[in-house]
Design a protein around this ligand. Structure first.
Ligand SMILES: NC(=O)c1ccc[n+]([C@@H]2O[C@H](COP(=O)([O-])OP(=O)(O)OC[C@H]3O[C@@H](n4cnc5c(N)ncnc54)[C@H](OP(=O)(O)O)[C@@H]3O)[C@@H](O)[C@H]2O)c1
Length: 252
């Protein structure tokens, strides 16, 4: 790898928004550590990045629920940067195994909390420690509009994203005077495998590439709580303002 390229860790890089974001980050000059469970998918992303910018990507197969393995992997990634500074950590891993199909499947609910929230806490805290010490760096968490309010739907997914949004907000205030930027991304509907079983209204759906472009932009500068695309800020303001008796009647 060329040590001039600053380092970025991208957790959840094997598909969807994360895979598209890997391209954006490589294009913006980062060497990117690609983290997720599916090594073949990560290798495909890395081959694409390295073909256009040799040394732009490395692959690290990892399950974010293997919490005890994260510190050693984080240290290995930093060592592999070969003197280049780590300046960005993006946590995009997420699971929604049950969709909105109802029921109370505890194993699925646990997977969502463990992947979307606890795994995020593990990786974001590792980044926070290094960034606070070096006095610079950006942490990005891909949360969701689903975390803005409990609704009639996938309760555990909403709880995981509400927890992640709160965790990121707290990190932002803790790290504000340490030169660290903390960005919360709240996508609406993005056309990825995660929502393949859903049929959201077409005008509300964007591509993974569109989402990734916006995430890369705000990772560099701009607002720190970002709805993707921006119209979700107004939509969720309306949803948050609805009284409980209306929420009880809605199926959203
Ligand atoms: N699509 C949407 O409409 C939407 C809306 C709002 C927010 N989001 C959020 O956006 C993020 C990316 O999702 P996506 O839409 O791009 O879906 P996706 O294509 O299913 O991507 C999910 C990513 O999470 C990784 N992941 C899942 N479980 C993991 C585990 N145990 N360990 C490590 N990595 C794991 C997956 O990699 P492996 O399977 O290879 O491990 C994959 O890279 C998620 O946090 C999701 O909640 C999506």
């Amino acid at each position: 790898m060329t040590s001039q390229r600053p380092g970025a860790i991208l957790v959840g890089a094997s598909s969807g928004i994360g895979a598209a974001l890997a391209d954006e980050l490589a294009r913006r000059g980062y060497q990117v550590a690609l983290v997720a469970r599916r090594a073949p998918e990560l290798e495909t992303v890395a081959a694409r990045l390295n073909a256009s910018a040799p040394g732009a990507a490395r692959v690290y197969a990892h399950d974010v629920r293997d919490y005890d393995a994260a510190p050693a992997l984080f240290a290995r990634i930093c060592a592999d940067l070969d003197g280049a500074p780590l300046t960005l950590l993006v946590y995009a891993s997420g699971a929604m195994p049950t969709g909105d199909s109802g029921g109370w499947p505890f194993a699925d609910e646990r997977e969502m909390i463990e992947t979307n929230l606890i795994g995020a806490m593990r990786w974001l805290a590792l980044g926070a420690e290094v960034f606070a010490r070096q006095g610079r760096g950006t942490l990005v968490g891909v949360s969701s509009v689903a975390g803005d309010r409990g609704r009639n739907g996938n309760s555990a997914y909403m709880a995981s994203k509400a927890g992640l949004s709160a965790y990121l907000e707290s990190l932002r205030y803790r790290l504000a005077r340490r030169g660290v930027r903390v960005v919360t991304i709240k996508p609406g509907f993005v056309a990825t495998a995660m929502i393949s079983g859903k049929k959201p209204p077409r005008p509300l759906v964007i591509s993974a590439e569109q989402a990734a472009k916006r995430i890369a932009e705000v990772s560099a500068r701009g607002p720190e709580v970002v709805y993707v695309p921006g119209r979700w800020r107004a939509i969720m303001a309306i949803v948050r303002a609805l009284p409980p008796f209306v929420m009880k009647r809605l199926s959203l």
